[in-house]
Design a protein around this ligand. Structure first.
Ligand SMILES: Cc1cc2nc3c(=O)[nH]c(=O)nc-3n(C[C@H](O)[C@H](O)[C@H](O)COP(=O)(O)OP(=O)(O)OC[C@H]3O[C@@H](n4cnc5c(N)ncnc54)[C@H](O)[C@@H]3O)c2cc1C
Length: 518
């Protein structure tokens, strides 16, 4: 019912590009293309000879600066700040477009032989700079690698190529098979299924259907040397470490995901929603914890702090909680009975139908973190989603909001709880600042440094679903501690020349190329 509704109402009121990258709003305001890179270091140029070789094995190769700027633009605030200041993030690269697995393999063989960096690019809806070719080289665009391979109806498993966009994917499995994956990120129309896996994403109904790492049954990956491997493929297994999980969330640094097999669910017709208000965010969190720990898992369990409750539901006096579920009637009714029982003990009943309708109507509009604030040239808005234990979350909420608000130039920090588990939850913070245009990057980094210092202190996960990219790279070693060396070792083994998306996940951007060996 909530899943059906997403397709029925459409993404961003239909204002987006279907089946290809949708540019962020600021792109329409740019008068001209700069050529000096804002975020590239010593970019590797692709020689004319190599371009010819790539043309021979792909559908298209684009090298004109204006094309490269347009085809590497993403949704990260960092890219926006540099490009609107006259320096596009990554103007030097060759965009190589492919539509078959064999082409991906052929491109990787050529790149591997030349020790040429390759950055996989899909919907480019990431908000971390993850798909920016910071060392130049090849940008491998997989958006045309987008066929639905087939469905095993009995096992409810779909096989799909990585570049299919989320709206097309769900429309197809709902319309043709009466199934849903239940993965509903706020970017579902502008992101691809491969991008979901590569970033370890989460959808709005994750409390019932799980996060993307719970949904992948198996997948095929092309490695740095062009070889094709298959990982996963079992309901559960005891075959040593789970190799599939190594590639989920690897952000294009370990291989190119080319085909994914996902678990599906029957498309529900039944759903219900309730809403309650709480005096403090901490009490609201307590209610969420109780609901989860009493065994209920409503598809959406979302608690908004006062600032966001004011903007979203016109209730700045309360912390509004929406509990919504879909599925078999008996299960949904039981989940709602448990949830209602908890909320009655701690909160004030609100008009559930009105809160639910407002959420359904606005949840897929882009630019929500800026809502309620006046935009100006010096205005920057961004979001920070993390996860922590229930026992730490009230302090984390208060300390992160205080830390953001203490940075000069901040307009406001706020948060909602967006994904809940038995042991903890994801808090999704919004940060907005307004400073002199040339001070935006400084304000931005100070705000992120301040918030991450709190998260590292509590040993919380710095990201719950947006991933690392360039944005969180500086904090990765401090966050993962002694485990970080394992990530480095895996990277060295799978990609000894460091050609796959160098400089991301906090890993080195040093190339074999730099050592004068080519
Ligand atoms: C308005 C908005 C709302 C958002 N809401 C959510 C949300 O609710 N939940 C959520 O999880 N995220 C959300 N995001 C973030 C973003 O949409 C996700 O990270 C998404 O999964 C990225 O997919 P993409 O196809 O756009 O990938 P890209 O941005 O093109 O790439 C992201 C990273 O994945 C790598 N990659 C992409 N495809 C492959 C592949 N086939 N093989 C190997 N590596 C690959 C790239 O190299 C890059 O490192 C939101 C973003 C926006 C702009």
């Amino acid at each position: 019912m909530i899943s059906k509704e997403a397709i029925k109402r459409g993404y961003n009121r239909g204002k987006y590009v279907v089946g290809a990258h949708t540019p962020p709003a600021y792109a329409a305001t740019l008068a001209q293309t700069g050529t000096e890179p804002g975020l590239q270091r010593d970019p590797v140029r692709v020689s004319a000879e190599l371009v010819e070789a790539l043309r021979g094995v792909s559908d298209d190769v684009l090298t004109a600066t204006a094309d490269v700027v347009a085809w590497t633009r993403d949704w990260w605030a960092g890219s926006m700040m540099t490009e609107t200041a006259g320096k596009p993030a990554t103007p030097h690269a060759a965009i190589v477009r492919v539509s078959t697995v064999e082409q991906v393999q052929a491109v990787m063989r050529i790149a591997n032989a030349a020790a040429m960096p390759v950055t996989v690019s899909a919907g480019r809806s990431n908000v971390t700079g993850a798909a920016l070719p910071v060392r130049g080289g090849i940008v491998l665009d997989v958006c045309e690698l987008n066929r639905l391979v087939g469905v095993d109806r009995e096992s409810q498993i779909v096989e799909v190529e990585a570049g299919m966009f989320g709206d097309v994917f769900e429309q197809t499995i709902q319309g043709e098979y009466g199934l849903t994956m239940g993965h509903w990120p706020s970017s579902f129309g502008i992101s691809t299924v491969g991008g979901w896996v590569a970033c370890r994403g989460a959808g709005q109904l994750s409390t019932r259907y799980g996060k993307i790492e719970d949904m992948v049954f198996g997948m095929d990956v092309v490695l740095a040397d062009g070889s094709l491997i298959t990982v996963g493929g079992y309901s559960r297994a005891a075959l040593g470490s789970d190799l599939q999980q190594v590639f989920i969330g690897s952000e294009g640094t370990l291989g190119v995901i080319v085909r994914v097999r996902f678990k599906l669910h029957r498309l529900p017709d039944y759903g219900r929603a309730i809403a309650y208000g709480f005096k403090t965010f901490a009490i609201g969190l307590e209610a969420c914890r109780e609901i989860m720990q009493r065994g209920a898992n409503p598809a959406a369990l979302r608690l908004y702090d006062e600032l966001e409750s004011g903007v979203q539901f016109n209730r700045p006096d309360l912390n509004v909680l929406l509990v919504a579920d879909e599925g078999a009637r008996q299960i949904v009714d039981a989940v709602m009975a448990i949830s209602e029982g908890v909320c009655e003990e701690m909160g004030e009943k609100l008009d559930g139908a009105a809160v639910f309708e407002r959420w359904l109507d606005t949840r897929y509009l882009t630019g929500k973190s800026a809502e309620g604030f006046k935009r100006s040239p010096g205005f920057v808005a961004d979001t920070l989603e993390m996860s922590g234990r229930w026992s730490d979350l009230p302090e984390i909420y208060a300390e992160v909001v205080n830390a953001i608000n203490a940075v000069p130039g901040t307009l406001a920090g706020s948060a909602h709880q967006s994904h809940a588990y038995v042991d903890g939850a994801c808090l999704y913070f919004s940060l907005r600042g307004e400073v002199e245009v040339e001070m935006r990057a400084k304000w931005y980094r100070q705000a992120w440094d301040a918030a991450n210092a709190v998260l590292i202190k509590y040993n919380a996960a710095l990201s719950h679903h947006h991933g690392v990219g360039l944005l969180r790279a500086p904090y990765m070693e401090a966050s993962l501690g002694s485990g970080f060396q394992v990530l480095r070792a895996i990277k060295r083994t799978l990609d000894p020349q460091n050609i796959l998306n160098p400089g991301k996940l906090g890993l080195s951007d040093e190339l074999f190329y730099d050592q004068g060996k080519r």
